[in-house]
Design a protein around this ligand. Structure first.
Ligand SMILES: Cc1cc2nc3c(=O)[nH]c(=O)nc-3n(C[C@H](O)[C@H](O)[C@H](O)COP(=O)(O)O)c2cc1C
Length: 203
């Protein structure tokens, strides 16, 4: 009997959209049989910036009990899903700040051969979701990762619409059932592919 796939879902969210997608990804990964760690990255914005927006401060407080991501989570994981809002067409600096601490792991080859996938949210439909996901993928290439995008591998993807990774338009309101299902589906696909690899390595 194979050990379950270990999945780390590492995200940043200011106002809860990406957090909601991350929680749906947890559901999808767990349903697919994985052991899952949900991890937020540290808030690096100055306190006055956070307190200047009630929904930002409120979300930070609401998620105070979510454990912060550490290098041990990356080492432990067979697969990692990263979630980030789109910031000027790029991943949020808070997530980048965490990623930019991983040099020592990368140098030791500890980030290679894992499955990676990513999801995002932006305020508008053409506000940079693909560029954000592709920018994150640059890092996965450097790590020697195995990138597993959702593609159009399920009929749901023709409704959710982004083969690069689950994406939600926050300007339309909080993630609805299609976006949440897409996040669950993406996580399931990540677990399935990571399981194939884990079985293959154990053989
Ligand atoms: C500094 C900053 C830059 C942003 N840049 C973009 C952008 O390039 N395109 C876009 O559509 N939305 C942009 N947004 C909106 C966020 O992507 C959007 O609010 C996001 O879905 C919020 O996710 P969260 O609720 O998880 O924090 C930006 C927001 C901020 C604060």
């Amino acid at each position: 009997m194979m050990e379950p796939v270990n999945v780390a879902i590492i995200y940043y969210s200011s106002t809860g959209t990406v957090h909601a997608l991350a929680q749906a990804a947890v559901e999808g990964a767990e349903k697919a049989g994985a052991t899952v760690r949900l991890r937020k990255v540290a808030e690096t914005a100055p306190p006055e910036a956070v307190s200047g927006r009630a929904e930002w401060a409120g979300h930070l407080e609401d998620t105070a009990d979510v454990t912060e991501a550490g290098h041990d989570d990356l080492e432990w994981a067979d697969a990692v899903l990263f979630g980030t809002p789109t910031r000027f067409g790029n991943p949020a600096s808070q997530l980048r700040a965490f990623i930019d601490t991983t040099g020592p792991l990368w140098f030791q080859g500890k980030l290679a051969d894992k499955v990676y996938s990513a999801f995002t949210a932006s305020n508008t439909a053409h506000g940079g979701q693909e560029s954000t996901l592709l920018a994150l993928a640059n890092t996965f290439y450097h790590w020697g990762g195995i990138i597993v995008p959702p593609g159009y591998t399920d009929p749901l993807q023709f409704r959710s619409g982004n083969p690069y990774g689950t994406s939600h338009v926050t300007g339309d309101g909080p993630p609805g059932e299609v976006a949440l299902q897409a996040a669950r589906y993406q996580a399931r696909r990540v677990v399935d592919i990571a399981a194939f690899l884990k079985v293959g390595r154990a053989a």
